[in-house]
Design a protein around this ligand. Structure first.
Ligand code: PLP
Length: 390
C-alpha cells in the first residue's frame, strides 16, 4: 500500500527547504576554503560569505557591515540580550519565545492584552521607571501570529533613551520587514523559518548598537570579533538564497480563511483573529479537547501541526503565550496551524476533513445527549481523547 503523503502545516516550527536554498547549499559544499584563509580557496569562500551577507542585508534593509551571522535566531537573541543588554535593565514582553526568556531570566515582564498584543502603556511606565533599558519584542508571535506594535514601541524606546531588540524570526519573509525603517537597535533572523536550512541566522544592528555590542565568547575573531567561530558557509548560502526567495504567498489569506471558517463550523475558536496576524498562522482552540490529543489525532491522519511550543525534548508545555492572553483552560486546548511556502489547496482540504472528523468524534459539544439519566454506559467522550485515534 502506498504511504499517505505527509501534509505539513507546521511552518512556524520549520519551513520546508526551498529549492533555491538547496541549490545554493550544494554549490557551497563544493567550496573547500575557510573564509579566513588568504589563499585563493579562502578568498573564494570569503566571496560567497560576503555575497550572502550583502544579499540578506539588502533583503531586510540592513547595512552588510553590521550583519553578524549566527547559528540561528536563538543565538542572535542571546547576543542581543547578553552582548547589548549586559548591565541594562531588561524589559521583555510576556509572550516572547524561550530564546529571549531564557536569556533574560531576571527581566521585567510586560503584559499583553487579550488579543496578545503588547500593552504600550505598561511599556511606557516601565521605561519611565528603568532608564537605559533594553526592550525585547517579537515582531510576530510564533503561536498566534499576532503582529506586535513595533513602530510604537520603537518610538517609546527612543523617547526614553532605551534600546529595542526585535525578534523577527517568524515575520521575516511573511510580512514586509525593513530594518532601516523600524527604529530598532537590533533584529534577529532565523534561516529555517524562511525556507533555508537550520543552523544559520543573523543579528542586524544599527550603527550605535554595533559600537556597543560585546561578543559572548572569544576565538578566532570572525564576524569582526563579535562572533568567533568558522562560519557554516553552506548554511549561510542556503539562508541567503531562501531570504531572497521568501515572500508572502498571495493566496495564504484565502487558504487560511477557508481553514478557519471550517474550524469554526466544527466548534473551534480562532485566537487573535480580531487583530492583524501573520497571514500563514492560525491558533485554533477546540474546547474540551486537549491540544496534545488534537496533535496526535491529526498526526494519525497524516497532518503535521503543533500545540503550544514544543521544547527540545519534544514534550509539550503549557503555552505561556496563551496563558498571558488570559485564555485559561483554552490555553491547553489550542493548536497552531501554520502554512508553509509550499502549501497547496488540497492540503487545506485534507486538514478540514481531518479536523471536522476529529471535532465530531472528540469535542464534547458534538456529544449526543445521553438516552438515560445515568448516561449511556459508555465512557464520556472526553476520555476518548486519551486514546490516540480512539
Ligand atoms: N524566536 C522565535 C519567535 C521563534 O519562533 C524561534 C523558533 O521557533 C526562535 C526565536 C529560535 O529560532 P532558531 O531555531 O533559529 O534558533
Amino acid at each position: 500500500m502506498k504511504a499517505k503523503p505527509l501534509i505539513y502545516l507546521d511552518a512556524n516550527a520549520s519551513e520546508p527547504l526551498r529549492p533555491e536554498a538547496r541549490a545554493a547549499m550544494l554549490a557551497a559544499l563544493e567550496v573547500t576554503g575557510n573564509p579566513s584563509s588568504i589563499h585563493a580557496a579562502g578568498r573564494a569562500a570569503r566571496r560567497l560569505l560576503e555575497e550572502a551577507r550583502e544579499q540578506i542585508a539588502a533583503r531586510f534593509g540592513a547595512h552588510p557591515a553590521r550583519l553578524i551571522f549566527t547559528s540561528g535566531a536563538t543565538e542572535a537573541d542571546a547576543l542581543a540580550l547578553l552582548g547589548l543588554g549586559r548591565g541594562r535593565p531588561l524589559l521583555v514582553s510576556a509572550i516572547e519565545h524561550e530564546a529571549v526568556r531564557r536569556n533574560a531570566p531576571d527581566a521585567i515582564l510586560l503584559p499583553v492584552d487579550r488579543y496578545g498584543r503588547l500593552e504600550l502603556d505598561a511599556l511606557a511606565e516601565a521605561l519611565a521607571r528603568h532608564s537605559g533599558a533594553l526592550v525585547a519584542l517579537m515582531s510576530a508571535n510564533n503561536e498566534t501570529g499576532v503582529l506586535q506594535p513595533i513602530a510604537e514601541a520603537a518610538a517609546l524606546c527612543r523617547a526614553h533613551g532605551a534600546l529595542l531588540h526585535v525578534d523577527a524570526a517568524q515575520s521575516a519573509g511573511r510580512v514586509p520587514l525593513d530594518f532601516s525603517g523600524l527604529g530598532a537597535a537590533s533584529l534577529a533572523l532565523s534561516s529555517h523559518k524562511l525556507g533555508g536550512p537550520a543552523g544559520a541566522g543573523a543579528l542586524l544592528l544599527d550603527e550605535a548598537a554595533f559600537a556597543l555590542l560585546q561578543p559572548l565568547w572569544g576565538g578566532g575573531g570572525q564576524e569582526r570579533g563579535l562572533r568567533a567561530g568558522t562560519p557554516a558557509l553552506p548554511n549561510i548560502c542556503g539562508f541567503a538564497a531562501a531570504a531572497a526567495a521568501a515572500a508572502p504567498r498571495p493566496d495564504w489569506p484565502a487558504l487560511r480563511a477557508r481553514l478557519e471558517a471550517a474550524a469554526k463550523d466544527a466548534g473551534a475558536r480562532v485566537i487573535g483573529e480580531e487583530v492583524p496576524r501573520l497571514p500563514n498562522t492560525s491558533a485554533l482552540a477546540l474546547p474540551g479537547v486537549p491540544a496534545q490529543t488534537q496533535v496526535i489525532t491529526l498526526d494519525l491522519a497524516g497532518i503535521a501541526v503543533s500545540a503550544g511550543s514544543a521544547c527540545s525534548s519534544g514534550r509539550l508545555q503549557q503555552s505561556h503565550v496563551l496563558t498571558a492572553m488570559g485564555l485559561g483552560r483554552l490555553a491547553e486546548e489550542t493548536i497552531r496551524v501554520s502554512l508553509p511556502w509550499s502549501v497547496t489547496p488540497d492540503d487545506i482540504t485534507a486538514f478540514i476533513d481531518a479536523y471536522t472528523e476529529m471535532a465530531r468524534r472528540l469535542s464534547p459539544a458534538h456529544a449526543p445527549a445521553p438516552c438515560t439519566p445515568g448516561g449511556d454506559g459508555l465512557p464520556p467522550r472526553q476520555h476518548l481523547a486519551s486514546i490516540p485515534g480512539g
